[in-house]
Design a protein around this ligand. Structure first.
Ligand code: ZN
Length: 674
């Protein structure tokens, strides 16, 4: 009982501490501890919860990804409807808005608050006694979908309010805000999808919306969402606010992440804020598509009220879009490495946001059908998330009379094999085993920088090698001769030599690069690294059972199945063996070559608060050290936790360097690999 009480108290303390550090990191953007120290605290809490399962509560930070997959979302009725803002586009609209507000209030000038308008998804959150209990999408404003489990995966959203000293946690708190993806996270997400051979997200908003509506919270957890809050519904225990700014500061004082804001005096103040915001829009870490203008005074807001589903006291002042119109010359189908068919619009070149654009992705069949883009259409193009050009809309009035909707092919346009929809229905793939289009992409991937790193083997050469029938498998690359290369168009003496040298060099690759280069679906660089650590020799993967593969860090059941099936497939085994026969010999993962633990023998004694013996051993081994059971002259360090006994004494006698837990953690940190 005593033991349980101690554990309970410690768990509470740890949760508070973790919440504090989350707050420092995500809300204040000024962390006090390193990631490794944070992980240590988290692991201690996990350990306690494993020992005492009754301590495991849904609001525990260990449970962010613990939610179960659902068949469908439940419904949530918003007690106070979620309004949507009216949009305005030009200064003229702003003048009208300000005039109407002043007239209705009978006031010569009004104080406004301006916030960046995030391009995300509106959500409503409910906290009871400070604990996050429910979150929902806006839906139609009256009824939304229950996405509580998915919202729990958002690290910047506290599971428990974290009030400043002297601020009382209200019995019930209902807040509203926006879920979005930061630009950097969006890019990383798309890079990962590209590595894994999955189609890319069109823009941060689509990525955020799609991620929040995943039925399996584990999927959502893999996508880095953020949240900002900006509104609060009157409930028991929540003070009556005089102004919007007071309300925002109150939310902040409860430990919630709030959007940035500026106060603006009258319409001139708003104009200034708008100009500054427009000028600085690309400097912000997230996409903004305008500025929200709100009346600051709460009493004035009540008097203004709402009209239909929009408040009269606020408006979204949109930025002029970074869009250009151009013509669709043709629509083609691109075949990816994993066979995914992606419709692509070929455009009359046009400059958008300073970059020349000649192609735009149409993503998939559904998107294409929804937008109904056709050959000959005049369309608006924009650069989404500052990366991939995207077609926003079609100008129907300019559509040629003879125009026909684009028919998505039932067969691969390159090899003619049947094109089949994925299980999840979003992607259509070519089923051809020897599809040349897939082969070109596979070779390009195989040769890419983080794969086999074969310099000089780019898109064009890969296409040439496949088209001429010179290369049908990866191994054929290693059978290339200078003579053969020189028969190719535009291949010079020097380039041929360089390519051959680069191929030769690539034979001494690493297991991680090799596994990544094979282009197994879902296996990006991170998974390849983990696989290489678990299976340093590729022959081990031929023998590995499904269970063996599932034991690899971060490999989920679906991924394990795909990987297992890949190595069981005779064609793939043959291709791999042919590579090995050609002289490719991937080196097993290297233990670190620098750092304080490399080649060192470490003895662990006593108990540590932050990690258990196994975890400490793993950390040392990951850094190239060895853990021994007894102290001798060969021992380099003794890590002495609490209640260390005879081993500590022996170390002192022999003059072996002794580290306490703190010093050990610090040393781990100086070599923070893994
Ligand atoms: Zn094909």
């Amino acid at each position: 009982m005593d033991d349980f009480k101690t554990a309970e108290a410690r768990a509470r303390e740890l949760r508070r501490e973790l919440a504090h550090h989350n707050h420092r990191y995500y809300v204040l953007d000024s962390p006090e501890i390193s990631d490794i120290q944070y992980d240590t605290l988290m692991r201690e809490l996990q350990g306690l919860e494993e020992q005492h399962p009754s301590l495991q509560t849904p609001d525990s930070p260990t449970q962010r990804v613990g939610g179960k997959a659902a068949d469908e979302f439940g419904q949530v009725v918003h007690r106070v409807p979620m309004l949507s803002l009216a949009n305005l586009f030009e200064d003229e609209g702003l003048v009208e808005f300000d005039e109407r507000v002043r007239k209705l209030l009978g006031q010569p000038a009004v104080t406004y608050v301006c916030e960046p308008k995030l391009d995300g998804l509106a959500i409503a959150l409910r906290f009871e006694k400070g604990i996050f209990v429910q979150g929902a999408t806006r839906g139609d404003g009256t009824t939304g979908e229950d996405v509580t489990g998915n919202l729990r995966t958002i690290r910047s959203l506290p599971m428990e309010l974290f009030p400043l000293d002297g601020v009382k946690v209200p019995a019930v708190l209902e807040v509203r805000g926006e879920v979005f993806i930061r630009k950097a996270d969006f890019q990383k997400l798309n890079e990962k999808r590209e590595e894994e051979g999955e189609p890319l997200f069109a823009n941060p908003r689509n990525a955020a919306a799609g991620s929040l509506r995943q039925l399996d919270p584990k999927e959502t957890a893999a996508r880095p969402l953020s949240v900002y809050l900006y509104e609060c519904v009157p409930t028991e225990g929540v003070p009556a606010f005089k102004s919007h700014i007071e309300k925002l500061e109150y939310l902040k004082s409860l430990g919630l992440p709030i959007n940035r804001y500026v106060r603006a005096e009258g319409i001139d103040g708003v104009r200034q804020a708008y100009d500054a915001s427009l000028k600085g829009r690309h400097e912000l870490p997230f996409e903004v598509d305008g500025m929200v203008v709100k009346v600051d005074d709460e009493d004035q807001r009540k008097r203004l009220g709402q009209v239909s589903k929009s408040p009269r006291w606020a408006v979204a002042y949109k930025f002029p879009p970074e869009e250009e119109s151009t013509e669709v010359l043709d629509i083609g189908i691109q075949v990816g490495r994993t066979g995914a068919l992606t419709p692509v619009a070929h455009l009359k070149p046009v400059k958008v946001g300073g970059v020349m654009v000649a192609r735009a992705t149409l993503h998939n069949e559904d998107e294409l059908r929804r937008k109904d883009v056709r050959k000959g259409d005049t369309v608006f193009v924009r650069r989404a998330g500052d990366v991939i050009p995207e077609i926003v809309s079609t100008v129907l009035s300019k559509r040629p009379e003879s125009s026909q909707p684009f028919e998505f092919p039932k067969h691969c346009p390159v090899c003619g094999a049947a094109a089949v929809k994925d299980e999840d229905g979003a992607v259509i793939r070519c089923t051809g085993a020897s599809c040349p289009a897939q082969l070109v992409e596979k070779i390009r991937h195989f040769a890419s920088r983080i794969a086999m790193d074969i310099e000089g083997l780019g898109d064009k050469l890969a296409a040439q090698l496949v088209a001429t029938g010179t290369v049908k498998t990866f191994a054929d690359l290693y059978a290339l001769t200078k003579q053969k290369l020189l028969t190719l168009e535009r291949m010079g003496d020097k380039s041929a030599d360089n390519l051959l040298e680069s191929l030769e060099h690539s034979k001494g690759t690493t297991q991680r690069r090799f596994l990544y280069a094979l282009g197994i679906r879902h296996v990006g660089d991170a998974t390849a690294k983990a696989l290489a650590e678990g299976f340093p020799d590729v022959h081990q993967l031929f023998k590995a059972s499904l269970e063996d593969i599932s034991r690899v860090k971060d490999v989920g059941p679906v991924m394990a199945q795909v990987i297992h099936a890949f190595f069981q497939e005779p064609q793939n085994r043959e291709a791999i063996l042919a590579l090995l026969n050609a002289g490719v010999s991937p080196a097993p993962p290297q233990v670190s070559t620098g750092g304080p633990f490399v080649g060192k023998t470490v003895v662990l004694t006593g108990s540590m608060t932050g990690m258990n013996r196994d975890q400490a051993k793993e950390e040392v081994e990951r850094r190239g050290g060895k853990v021994a059971g007894s102290v001798s002259r060969k021992t380099d360090f003794v890590v002495a936790g609490d209640d260390a006994g005879s081993k500590l004494k022996k170390a002192q006698e022999l003059g072996v360097r002794i580290l306490d837990e703190q010093a050990f953690l610090q040393l781990l940190q100086t070599d923070a690999r893994g």
